[in-house]
Design a protein around this ligand. Structure first.
Ligand code: AHZ
Length: 324
C-alpha cells in the first residue's frame, strides 16, 4: 500500500508540474526543455542600422523643436507630460545630461524608497494612475521609482516627444529681441555629456545645436508662426544643475542669481510653484522645479516632491497658453 501511495503522490506532483504556465512565449514554446525555441535570424549591421537610422532621423526631425526641455527630472517630466498630452502637434525635445533620466526622483530622500507629496499634488498621481497611501494632508507613493518610471513611460510613449539622454546642454542660442539690448533664447547648444565633461582635457570638441521653431533663415522671427520656447528644469546647483539659471544671469545683466536658501518645506514648495513659468528677463525662457529656487532665491524643500510635479504642470500650462 505504501507503494501505491507513492505512485499517487508522484502522479499528483507530475500533475502539478504540468499545470499550464501562461507567458508571452507560451504559443511558440511547445517543449518542456525549450529545444524548439529559436530566435529569428539577424545581421549585426541590421541592428546597427536599426538604431542609428532612427537616432539620426530624430536628430534631423528635432533640429528645430517647438519646446526644448532641459533636464528630465521630476519637474521636467511632469511638464513634458502636460504639454505632450495637450498638444500632440508640438515637437518636444527633452535633453538630459545623465544616461538615466529621472534626476533625483528615483528615491524619496537619503536613499529611502518612499516618495512624499503634499496634497493637492495627489491629483496628478491619480491622473497617472499611480497608487499611493493617503495620510491626510499628504500622500506616500511606496517607491519613488514607481512615480518616476510611470511618468517617464507615459512621456516616452507620446509620438511627439524625443528624449536625448547622455546629452548635455552646454549653452543657450540667443538672438536680439528689441532695440534696447533685449534678447530672446532661440535654441540650445548640445554635446554628448562625456564630451562636455572632457573639454578641459581635449582640444576643441565643437557642439551641436537644436533651434527653436518660428525663425526665418536670416535668424529673425517669422511673424506668421508661434515661436518655440525653452523650459529649463535642471535642478539645484551641482556639476550640471541650475544650468540655465546661471547662464541667464550672465546674459541678463539686470538679474542676479537668487541662490537656493535653507530647507523650509512650506515656504519652499509655495515659492517654487509661484516662481515657475515664464522668465520675465529673457523672452521664450521658462523655468520649473528646483532651478526656480536657485534663480529666485527660494528655500529648498528636501524630500517632498509635490512642488516638482506642480511647478512642472504650471510651467507646462503657461507654455500651452503661449502656443494656443
Ligand atoms: O541630470 C540632471 C537631472 O536629471 C539634468 N541636467 C542638469 N543640467 C543639465 C544640462 N543639460 C542636460 N546642462 C541637465 N541636463 O536635469 C535634471 C534635474 O533633475 P532634478 O531631479 O535634479 O531636478 P528637479 O528640479 O526636477 O527635482 C529636484 C528634486 C529635489 S532637490 C530637493 C532639495 O535639495 O531640497 N528637493 C527636491 C524635491
Amino acid at each position: 500500500s505504501t507503494e501505491v501511495s507513492t505512485v499517487t503522490d508522484t502522479q499528483a506532483q507530475l500533475q502539478l508540474n504540468s499545470t499550464p504556465i501562461n507567458h508571452a512565449l507560451s504559443d511558440v514554446v511547445k517543449t518542456d526543455d525549450w529545444s524548439d525555441f529559436a530566435f529569428r535570424p539577424i545581421r549585426e549591421s541590421t541592428v546597427s542600422r536599426a538604431m542609428t537610422s532612427r537616432y539620426f532621423h530624430d536628430m534631423d526631425k528635432f533640429a528645430v523643436s517647438d519646446v526644448i526641455i532641459v533636464g528630465c527630472g521630476s519637474s521636467g517630466m511632469s511638464a513634458a507630460y502636460v504639454i505632450a498630452k495637450n498638444r500632440p502637434d508640438l515637437k518636444i525635445a527633452i535633453i538630459e545630461a545623465n544616461v538615466a533620466p529621472g534626476g533625483g526622483a528615483w528615491l524619496g530622500g537619503q536613499l529611502f524608497s518612499a516618495m512624499v507629496m503634499r496634497k493637492p499634488a495627489d491629483l496628478f498621481l491619480k491622473e497617472l494612475e499611480i497608487p499611493f497611501e493617503d495620510e491626510g494632508d499628504y500622500v506616500v507613493v511606496k517607491h519613488a521609482a514607481l512615480f518616476t518610471s510611470t511618468v517617464l513611460s507615459k512621456v516616452l510613449q507620446f509620438p511627439n516627444v524625443k528624449l536625448f539622454n547622455a546629452t548635455a546642454v552646454e549653452d543657450l542660442v540667443t538672438r536680439p529681441a528689441g532695440p534696447n539690448g533685449e534678447i530672446t533664447v532661440a535654441g540650445v547648444v548640445t554635446n554628448w555629456t562625456l564630451v562636455t565633461q572632457h573639454h578641459d582635457s581635449q582640444c576643441c570638441m565643437d557642439p551641436n545645436v537644436i533651434e527653436l521653431s518660428g525663425y526665418k533663415n536670416d535668424g529673425t522671427r517669422d511673424p506668421s508662426k508661434k515661436h518655440g520656447v525653452i523650459l529649463s528644469t535642471t535642478g539645484h546647483d551641482g556639476p550640471f544643475g541650475a544650468f540655465s539659471a546661471k547662464r541667464i544671469v550672465a546674459i541678463d545683466t539686470n538679474k542676479k542669481l537668487g541662490g537656493m536658501k535653507g530647507l523650509d518645506m512650506n515656504n519652499a514648495e509655495a515659492g517654487v510653484v509661484k516662481g515657475a513659468g515664464a522668465y520675465s528677463g529673457v523672452e521664450s525662457m521658462y523655468f520649473a522645479g528646483m532651478e526656480v529656487a536657485e534663480l529666485e532665491g527660494c528655500n529648498r524643500m528636501g524630500p517632498t516632491f509635490g512642488a516638482m510635479a506642480v511647478s512642472g504642470i504650471k510651467a507646462g500650462e503657461e507654455i500651452l497658453k503661449h502656443f494656443a
